[in-house]
Design a protein around this ligand. Sequence first.
Ligand SMILES: [Zn+2]
Length: 414
Amino acid sequence: MMAERQVEIDRVEREWQHLSRLVDPELPGWSRTGFSDADRAARDWLLRQMREAGLEAVQDAAGNLVGYLEGDMPGAPDIVIGSHSDTVPGGGRFDGIVGVLGAIEVARTLTRSGARLRRGLRIVDFANEEGNPQGVKLVGSRAAAGSLDAHALGSTDPEGVTLATLMERAGLRPDEVSRARWKARDIAAYIELHIEQGPHLEQSSAHIGIVTSICGISTFSLDVRGRRDHAGTMPMNVRQDAMCCAADAVLAVREVAASGAGAVGTVGQVTTSSPLTNTISEQATVTGEFRSPDLAALQDMQARFAQRTAHLDELHRTQSALTWGHFDAPTPMDERLSRLAHAASTDLGYDTLQLYSGATHDGVAIADLAPTAMIFIPSRDGRSHCPEEWSDFEDVERGINVLLETVLRIDASL
Ligand SMILES: [Zn+2]
């Protein structure tokens, strides 16, 4: 039952080139941050592409582009495919974009070949997946899942501008965001094609990755209190040096994370309120996060890090307060959908690997609503969220083929 339907990868590459020009010239890399002028221009253009592909397409109150290809069985829940087209500041040209252009190409390929699905096919470009200065990620997919609440819309950037205001300035209607909400009973499946953003597929020479779980994230802040003393006169063995305790805490994060499969831990920031070179630090703050695709492993890292910081206080005669911030549990992907995608990929002759996702995706929000699966393609050198981000178009083509074949199999398994 292999499809003879031919994906037009040259066309996808041309569209990708066009989208690569719709970026903010004042920011480094390929920046198209959510709700910016460049983002608006890109989504206006993508909306036209969806319509030219024969989709009934609209932009909803949250800024999501939703295109629709009708199926033969009215009332049957839809299959949803897509991703996001915004980027981080200084980002690349593939993260998210591959999944949006790939989804449009799937619809076009079906239409071109005269294939009819039984289910409706929804093509989506989720608004502002990457987040904003207000600190809210997955804006559009959370709106679709009904989890973009007043608290999120009221979040402010350092200048006090709310997310709602940012969206209004982009011509959207945050007050009507509830109208962007999807009904769970209308969605049979959500499948997202995305770049891996890590090195595993490339290292194992696999063409396609099927995601088992999207990592959970636990953020923390460690506030260390020491004692301010003279850097020249206070002997080493009686110091209460907050900076030394903070330094050990950074290394403790690395050690705690090194023990679990797929676990990672990162300290992105260490600050001190006493930044003087001739004075022993009386205070330091260590801010970081742990991630794991496994809930028990994530909780275990939390417990072990808490133990380690208590021990470090004894060692450095300091007093630390550990505060846990956001906790997002890992999101397992739907097993049945993932099996269908895996079989589609291997039947197409592609070397296929199961892997977890260390990065968050719109699928985290949509998994609350519908069975969700993700298809990954390799990222050169595992690089992402940087201008060097690259995936070969042979891999993009394979990814779109797997997406198309998975859609056909889900439709056939009704
Ligand atoms: Zn992404």
